[in-house]
Design a protein around this ligand. Structure first.
Ligand SMILES: *[C@@H]1O[C@H](CO)[C@@H](O)[C@H](O)[C@H]1NC(C)=O
Ligand SMILES: *[C@@H]1O[C@H](CO)[C@@H](O)[C@H](O)[C@H]1NC(C)=O
Ligand SMILES: *[C@@H]1O[C@H](CO)[C@@H](O)[C@H](O)[C@H]1NC(C)=O
Length: 347
């Protein structure tokens, strides 16, 4: 090797860059860029174990790349090359990555908080209004040549109580949007950050009080072992009759069998779902129920937000390469320290 020849670190892209091409390509000045955009989990695991990705320092992965590699679970994390120190994930939710397993191997993980807040909150508002107005019925009636169909009268947000489960960035953005519609906002959150508490004019309540007293409940929690199935039979039983449930977070937080039963019993008046327990499979009881507004996980599918997300993913990779730390590390890997430098600290 010539003395002035610099060996560039390797960055592996799993999936596709759709919008931030300039930002991604500019990384080629400081890194060797490689890509995997098709194949199977078995192939990826075999290639990892055969040393095909030895030397890769950072992985940049899209939400859809889970269809190629499967989850970044313990098995996959164990197979990743020992050179790997960073995973920059495109998405606010990172349940497709076992972040604890990554932390244990000294791999720091970032997500894209912030970038998704406005768009996700818009989707939640659309579903809140849509479910209150049972918008599926007139939407489909008109196209079937049945004018209003058997729509009946519906409801409006003014004066109702909205319970927000999870007051992070997205929940806060929903609270801000909901108030001009005349919704009284209350919330439950894992922790109460004092300086955040009065920002939105929303009232903090216990989980049970939120279930018992909300007219509309909107879910904005991460999916993990403690939130899986959080809204199930017992929780629906505690809710007001006529409640509206909206989920734009992750499908498995709501037990859909329990939701379908609650809809059929009239306990739940309407539901608005962008995410589904077994997506892309949709519960037949939800498909059959005209009181549900159903979207196929398109909560952040806008040019503006997808661009912000991809740019932030690339900025995380750049920061990892240039400074040895990610910009927006996830909680589980934030406190991690290993030989590579100030890993996981906010830089
Ligand atoms: C899952 O997320 C919830 C809600 O934010 C949090 O309170 C809890 O500690 C998390 N649980 C695990 C197992 O990470
Ligand atoms: C809710 O909890 C999250 C995670 O601990 C925190 O970042 C956020 O500031 C909290 N929100 C409020 C309003 O306290
Ligand atoms: C929030 O507002 C209430 C009512 O105005 C006040 O009593 C409380 O001290 C405030 N809390 C914080 C943390 O500022």
């Amino acid at each position: 090797m010539l003395p002035d020849e610099v060996v560039k670190p390797i960055v592996l892209l799993l999936g596709e860059v759709v919008l931030a091409h300039n930002e991604w390509n500019s990384l080629s000045k400081i890194a060797e860029l490689r890509q995997v955009n098709h194949g199977t989990r078995e192939q990826f695991l075999n290639d990892c174990r055969a040393g095909v990705y030895d030397g890769v320092l950072a992985i940049s992965r899209t939400y859809d790349s889970t269809q190629i590699t499967g989850r970044f679970d313990q098995e996959l994390v164990d197979a990743l090359p020992s050179s790997l120190k960073f995973v920059s994930h495109n998405g606010a939710g990172y349940d497709s990555i076992d972040a604890h397993a990554c932390a244990a191997r000294g791999i720091s993980v970032s997500n894209t908080p912030g970038a998704v807040n406005a768009c996700s909150a818009d989707t939640a508002m659309f579903l809140i209004l849509g479910a209150l107005r049972r918008i599926h019925i007139p939407y489909t009636a008109l196209r079937a040549g049945k004018w209003r169909g058997h729509m009946g009268l519906t409801h409006e947000p003014e004066g109702k109580t909205l319970g927000i489960l999870g007051m992070g960035g997205i929940g806060t953005a929903v609270a801000r949007r909901a108030q001009p519609f005349g919704l009284h906002v209350q919330y439950h959150n894992r922790s109460c950050v004092p300086e955040q508490m009065n920002l939105t004019g929303a009232k903090y309540v216990s989980f049970e009080e939120l279930l018992r007293t909300s007219d509309v409940i909107s879910v904005h929690l991460p999916l993990n072992a403690s939130t899986r199935g959080l809204i199930s039979y017992r929780e629906f039983a505690m809710m007001k009759t006529g409640v509206v449930l909206v989920n734009t977070a992750r499908g498995p937080i709501v037990n859909e069998d329990a939701l379908v039963q609650a809809l059929e019993e009239g306990k739940v008046w309407g539901a608005g779902l962008d995410v589904h327990e077994w997506e892309p499979e949709i519960h037949p009881g939800l498909i059959a129920n005209e009181h549900c507004v159903l979207l196929p996980h398109v909560g952040t599918a806008t040019v503006e937000t997808q661009t912000k997300m991809e740019v932030l993913v690339v900025e995380n990779v750049r920061s990892a390469l240039e400074r040895g730390c990610l910009l927006t590390p996830v909680l589980e890997t934030r406190k991690m320290v290993n030989g590579f430098g100030p890993l996981g600290e906010i830089c």
